[in-house]
Design a protein around this ligand. Structure first.
Ligand SMILES: O=C(O)CCC(=O)C(=O)O
Ligand SMILES: [Fe+2]
Length: 325
């Protein structure tokens, strides 16, 4: 008798909790909308009362040491405010948070120089200070082991200003097509596992079954080599329609990685600048490929830099055996 009463009560409680959660979500959504429109109005007012661009303090915190302008600051005033469903509502967990679970706070710390909750766009950086010997070994493996080549733009015959290789996990034959260039796949070589074993646990990704299934490699032989503004928004990764985690790892000479919100070009808005040193890990998470662009510009750098950009292929091409399954 007592048992069945309790059961009834807990059923009721569950129902009530569900209702409350639903209401909470509705209120949260309304608040986010209100906040976005308030911000937009405020910026409109401040930009019309002052001729110099405001150095807004409401943007995301800067990545040390370069000061970063808020990537979401100002953008709402220019473009209609974009409000994506919240991180909580879609269940997006940041890799830096997953990594930190169960770790003492004295451990390595992920920083998130881009936290654009409104657009659900995040960029994280971890500087794990790997031993010099490890860095040298991984750099040598990639330098010697990748099939570096410099693709040409088919329309102009112009060489891309970097060397590259495109690797996919066993069984995948997807090519990487961007800007009219097509790079055929090389299967992950044995040494790739060594690099991933070093980097993936730092992103909270344990077990090979969870590893990314492709990697774009870039070799910038000196500061004259670069990659221009772009988003990794190819169909393969489905980054325009859903959360798309991308993990990048740098080896060799320090270069600057820049991020800016789409539509910010040409209006004097400074991009977010993140220096990437040898051994640094950078992530782009959520909808960054939908709302932002990134680049590694030319700069006065002497030495070479190698970059690994890991992603998950979500939609295999028809030519790929995994796409026909
Ligand atoms: O070199 C980098 O850090 C960026 C590379 C990149 O954006 C890409 O491969 O899509
Ligand atoms: Fe990219």
């Amino acid at each position: 008798m007592k048992d069945s009463k309790q059961k009834k009560l807990s059923k009721k409680e569950k129902k009530l909790a569900k209702k409350l959660k639903k209401k909470e979500k509705k209120v949260e959504k309304k608040l986010r909308k209100l906040d976005a429109s308030k911000k937009a109005k405020k910026r409109k007012r401040s930009s019309s009362s002052s001729s110099s661009p405001s150095s807004s303090s409401s943007g995301p915190p800067a990545a040390a040491p370069a000061p970063a302008r808020g990537a979401d600051a100002g953008a709402e005033a220019r473009a209609p405010a974009v409000v994506e469903p919240s991180r909580e509502s879609v269940g997006l967990r940041l890799l830096g948070d997953v990594y930190a679970v169960g770790k003492p706070s004295s451990e390595l710390r992920w920083e998130y120089p881009l936290r654009d909750e409104v657009r659900r766009c995040f960029a994280g950086v971890l500087r794990p200070r790997l031993p010099q010997g490890t860095l040298r070994r991984l750099e040598e493996l990639a330098r010697e082991g990748a099939a570096w080549h410099q693709p040409k733009r088919p329309r102009t015959g112009e060489l891309l200003p970097r060397k590259t290789d495109w690797m996919t996990a066993e069984g995948c034959r997807c090519a990487y097509r961007y800007g009219g260039v097509e790079v055929g796949p090389t299967e992950f070589p044995g040494w790739m596992a060594e690099v991933m074993e070093t980097v993936m646990p730092l992103c909270g990704i344990r077990g090979q079954g969870r590893w990314p299934n492709c990697c774009n490699l870039n070799l910038y032989e000196d500061g004259g080599m670069s990659v221009g503004w772009h988003a990794d928004d190819e169909e393969l990764f489905q980054g325009k329609v859903g959360d798309c985690p991308i993990i990048s790892f740098s080896l060799g000479h320090t270069r600057t990685f820049e991020l800016q919100v789409l539509g910010a070009q040409g209006d004097g808005e400074q991009p977010l600048r993140i220096p990437l040193h040898s051994g640094d890990v950078l992530t782009m998470e959520g909808l960054v490929q939908k709302h932002y662009q990134h680049r590694v510009p030319r700069e006065k750098a002497q030495g070479a830099r190698i970059n690994f950009t890991w992603r998950w292929i979500r939609q295999h091409q028809a030519r790929c055996p995994l796409g026909r399954k």
